[in-house]
Design a protein around this ligand. Structure first.
Ligand code: TRH
Length: 377
């Protein structure tokens, strides 16, 4: 009998909650031969990441995962061996009662948000006693060996390398999205939140001395791009040119295609949690726009990550990159630090690739979780 897992996900906003749980669920099935149900309260968000899925099906199998609509009124189901709640979502009360009643108690985990802060290692995998004889473990993704690690599928970096070394594959992929870069154009992608820094950055790109094709997937940053272009409502497929900058709006694609997009670009501006990790694995220079939190705690998370990412860069490159990320995350003008970055591209490219290789030497999140659960059960 395969070990059974129930993963619970509430979509708070955006795509990160479902993005992480869908990726994890797929990997647990594909690489660890587990039987996984993924309970999602908003199938519409899931369907954006997995085009072709049915937004109305109560249950459906996608990539071997049983994707279930988390119903408003819970219907009894057998409790799984492992119950994973993502990002502190509350389990349905009747399901929790069934967990307490189960003769052999399930393993209950809460998957936490990603942070590079030092305290994470001290809290990772700590249990807390719950009512009904249950224990809940707090599982923290992270960047060091004493945390839960990052989501990374087997062979991901090899697939990335094969793709990046095959110009025809890249060209065919981009052509499928309607993207035809000129030979001398740099390719950038922009998937951040709305930000006051965007307009100045676009201005800088338009005035810059190298031609840039900026790909903007449909989403929150688009409103700032529209405002700067003075062309509200540009939809997927539309293009505009200002100076040396060409802008093209892209449709939202599947997670696997989004990886290929990141691999195809020379620079990726990403956000939140999952697109950030994927951009790190892409091994290309990047900008991380963090999910804004009360009392600016996201700025502490940014500093913690910079301390892990900047070592290995020369002083001037590290300063320019750090200042660019800090400016963007504080919604301040970022043009000056962007300009300062321009002389460091070869170094930034090398660093991004090296960093991804070093990070990939650690155990991935799904493997760590599967191991943890098998040991416990
Ligand atoms: O959508 P997000 O802003 O999600 C956020 C963060 O996870 C944040 O930490 C959390 O608190 C908040 O949600 C509730 O950013 P993120 O995490 O990058 O998720 C985006 C997902 O969308 C990711 O799985 C990649 C995917 N994606 C595609 O599949 N296709 C696309 O075309 C694009 C642009 C993204």
């Amino acid at each position: 009998m395969r070990q059974a897992w129930d993963i619970f996900c509430t979509v708070v906003d955006n795509y990160g909650d479902i993005g992480v749980t869908w990726r994890l669920a797929r990997q647990l099935v594909a690489e660890h031969d587990l039987q996984v149900r993924l309970w999602v309260d908003q199938l519409a968000a899931f369907v954006r990441l997995c085009p072709g899925a049915d937004p109305h099906a109560a249950r459906q199998f996608c990539s071997g995962v049983e994707v279930c609509q988390w119903p408003a009124v819970w219907q009894p189901v057998a409790v799984a061996d492992v119950v994973l709640e993502a990002f502190a979502c509350s389990l349905p009360a009747p399901y929790l009662a069934a967990m307490q009643a189960r003769a052999r108690k399930p393993l209950w985990l809460n998957l936490e948000y990603l942070s590079a802060e030092d305290w994470v290692a001290g809290c990772h995998a700590l249990p807390s006693l719950q009512s009904g004889g249950l224990q809940k473990f707090f599982y923290f993704p992270g960047f060091t060996a004493d945390t839960g690690g990052l989501l990374r599928e087997q062979g991901l970096l090899q697939r990335r390398d094969a793709f990046q070394q095959d110009a025809a594959q890249r060209q065919a992929f981009l052509a499928g999205l309607g993207v035809q870069p000129a030979a001398d154009e740099q390719l950038y992608s922009l998937f951040t939140y709305e930000c006051a820094s965007i307009a100045g950055w676009l201005q800088q790109l338009a005035r810059g001395d190298r031609p840039v094709l900026l790909l903007v997937p449909e989403g929150r940053a688009l409103s700032d791009v529209w405002a700067w272009l003075g062309e509200p409502g540009l939809a997927a497929g539309a293009q505009a040119r200002r100076g040396n900058l060409r802008v093209q709006v892209l449709p939202f694609v599947s997670q696997d295609d989004y990886d290929r997009l990141l691999w195809s670009c020379d620079f990726n501006a990403v956000r939140g949690e999952d697109s950030f990790v994927r951009a790190l694995w892409a091994g290309k220079p990047l900008l991380w726009h963090l999910y804004q939190q009360a009392e600016e705690t996201h700025l502490e998370k940014l500093e913690a990550f910079l301390q892990r990412y900047l070592p290995g860069l020369s002083g001037p490159a590290a300063t320019a990159l750090g200042q660019f990320w800090q400016a963007w995350n504080s919604a301040l003008p970022a043009g000056e630090s962007w300009a300062a970055l321009q002389t460091h591209w070869p170094e930034l490219r090398r660093h991004a690739l090296d960093w991804s290789a070093r990070q990939a030497a650690q155990r991935d999140l799904a493997a760590g979780l599967a191991h943890f659960c098998t040991n416990w059960l």
